[in-house]
Design a binder for this molecule. Structure first.
Ligand code: PLP
Length: 427
């Protein structure tokens, strides 16, 4: 029995499904998950000693590649001074200053320990600020696992959603409207009918949780206009896209200024850091200055903050995003060309260090379009690539991640492996 299988068997006895976050269980693709022993640069090694080129990157944080020496050094140096104090530190101030300097829409920011905490808190804040209850989210966008966000569309366009998880009472999602991503008309209708009840829109401005789906031209602009017109709060959930698609996230790419932004992943450099921030007048509603309660024993943890700061410092170096984009483009262009040579229906998209691969003719623009892709083909591709030492996300509904360490020799090798896999598809 392989060591991965042995560990999985042991894990399943003591951890539900053997994993501490569901997608890790390989449920969507089948097979035994890789238990990771170590990671360096673009590579991970599993418990059987197998090396993989990693295109998951811890689901986003590993933008510098794994175990970046400067980040490791910062963590070691911080750890020597103590792991947690539950009192303010200078590092938190520097991280908040850095975030407000790097993202102009953020005038004030509060640190938390995960993306889920960031979005949950941002929604509470939007409700507290507006005095309204209803929130709008979009089908296929994931914003963490807070109760009111585990919801799918109801039967009618403007009926409230149904919980997607057992244990979430229908009443808890009774204030969440779920609309189709990229359908601005539906949002307009919702505001026409319920405009004075809507506290906020929360949106992944590039959706990375239904594979990669871009906003249609005018979609984000429309959301901005409607929120301004009706006095609702526009929340960009940039937990995945923040510092990943470019130095200022999607707001930098589009020039659209959200009222609040949620961040996590890259800003912790692999350690648990999240953040929500934005307009000063809104942030002033957060306790202890305002009445919206929000707290955390490990919020602003000194070791995690040190990892985040060391990471952000490296992202600010000239040419960082050019290299990252070139690495991703090399992978994506290569994969597309290889699929075309083999006559495999396939396309792909990318921005900065984020990419989507689709077993369909066209780049999808909604969850329905992603679901219409050839999911079985993806599963075959995933396992065939894994056998060749390439670790893609174990689901057709997840985006992929490239680091600055995925140089062209590495992505060329991935493309060569894919060429062999695609050739076998043909036969
Ligand atoms: N928001 C987005 C866009 C995400 O991609 C994720 C996680 O993947 C979250 C929120 C939740 O973050 P976390 O897993 O850190 O709680």
């Amino acid at each position: 029995m392989s060591r991965n299988s042995e560990l999985f068997e042991r894990a399943c006895k003591v951890i539900p499904g053997g994993v501490n976050s569901p997608v890790r269980a390989f449920g969507s693709v089948g097979g035994t998950p890789c238990f990771v022993e170590r990671a360096q640069g673009p590579y991970i090694w599993d418990a059987d000693g197998q090396q993989y080129t990693d295109y998951v990157g811890s689901w986003g944080p590993a933008i510098l590649g794994h175990s970046d020496p400067d980040v490791i050094k910062a963590v070691q140096e911080a750890a020597v001074h103590g792991l947690s104090y539950g009192a303010p530190t200078e590092g938190e101030v520097v991280l908040a200053e850095t975030l407000t300097q790097m993202l102009p829409s953020i005038e004030q920011v509060r640190l938390v320990s995960s993306g889920t905490e960031a979005t949950m808190s941002a929604i509470r804040l939007a409700r507290g600020f507006t005095g309204r209850n209803t929130i709008i989210k979009f089908e296929g966008c994931y914003h963490g696992h807070a109760d009111s966000l585990l919801v799918k569309a109801g039967s009618g366009l403007l009926t409230f959603g149904n919980p997607t998880s057992a244990g979430v009472p229908a009443e808890f999602v009774a204030h969440t409207l779920v609309l189709d991503y990229n359908n601005l008309d539906a949002v307009r209708d919702a505001f026409k009918q319920k405009g004075d009840e809507i506290a906020c829109i929360i949106v992944e401005p590039f959706a990375g949780n239904m594979n990669l789906v871009r906003p249609a031209p005018g979609f984000l602009e429309g959301l901005r206009e409607l929120c301004t017109e009706y006095g609702a709060v526009l929340i960009f959930d940039e937990v995945m896209t923040g510092f990943r698609v470019g130095p200022q996230g999607v707001q930098g790419l589009t020039g659209i200024r959200p009222d609040l932004t949620t961040l996590a992943k890259v800003i912790g450099g692999g350690m648990p850091v999240g953040a929500f921030g934005g307009r000063r007048d809104i942030m002033q509603c957060v306790a202890p200055v305002g009445g919206v309660y929000q707290a955390g024993t490990l919020s602003g943890n000194p070791v995690a903050v040190a990892a985040g700061l060391a990471t952000l410092k490296k992202l600010a170096q000239p040419g960082f995003y050019d290299t990252l984009t070139a690495n991703t483009a090399n992978l994506i262009q290569g994969l597309k060309a290889a699929a075309q040579e083999a006559g495999v229906p396939f396309t792909a998209d990318h921005q900065g260090g984020l990419f989507g691969i689709y077993f369909s003719e066209n780049v999808p623009t909604s969850l329905a379009a992603v679901s219409a892709g050839d999911i079985e083909r993806f599963k075959q591709f995933f396992h065939a690539m894994l056998d060749k030492g390439v670790y893609f996300a174990p689901s057709a509904f997840e985006a992929g991640f490239v680091s600055v360490q995925h140089t062209s020799d590495i992505t060329d090798a991935t493309v060569q492996a894919a060429r062999e896999v695609f050739a076998n598809f043909k036969n």
